[in-house]
Design a protein around this ligand. Structure first.
Ligand code: DQA
Length: 150
């Protein structure tokens, strides 16, 4: 059985902690990684954790996750959520279960943030829970991978 979840983070998420803290909070990307590894451990799943400011790097990791038959992908595509057909296509090509995460509630912000290309490839979308959304996404994905628990 596949035992690795890829957690992918898009542009500017390397700045978590100092970037618009009133919107994204004070936790750093390192804190997010620690939280994801702890959530993975609870479910016996390893975490491959990555961040890039470059669209192609994200596409490469999505392809890698599929090639390595990962259990699934948790992705916060950040600004690429609203623009990237390339990331959508990579997720559709891989056909792994995908959970889309946003730290902020994108629906309570500017209109352009209300549309996500990535959502078309996602089994579920989590937004507005701050960085706890990553942990919730891993819990939800793990439950999806365990048929008896739905
Ligand atoms: C974000 C929301 C996006 O609209 C924004 O471009 C980001 C972060 C979030 O986590 O709330 O960079 O994905």
């Amino acid at each position: 059985m596949a035992t690795t979840i890829y957690v992918l983070n898009g542009p500017n998420l390397n700045l978590l902690g100092t970037r618009e803290p009133e919107t994204y909070g004070r936790a750093t990307l390192g804190d997010v990684e620690t939280m994801c590894r702890e959530a993975g451990k609870r479910h016996g799943l390893a975490i491959a954790f990555h961040q890039s400011n470059h669209e192609g790097a994200l596409v490469d990791w999505i392809q890698e996750a599929a090639a390595k038959r990962a259990a699934g992908i948790v992705i916060n595509p950040a600004g690429y959520t609203h623009t990237s057909i390339a990331i959508l296509d990579a997720l559709l090509a891989g056909s792994l279960p995908v959970i889309e995460v946003h730290i902020s509630n994108v629906h309570a912000r500017e209109d352009f943030r209300r549309h996500s290309y990535v959502s078309r490839a996602a089994k579920a979308v989590i937004c507005g829970f701050g960085i706890n959304g990553y942990s919730l996404a891993i819990d939800g994905l793990a439950a999806m991978l365990t048929p008896s628990k739905g």
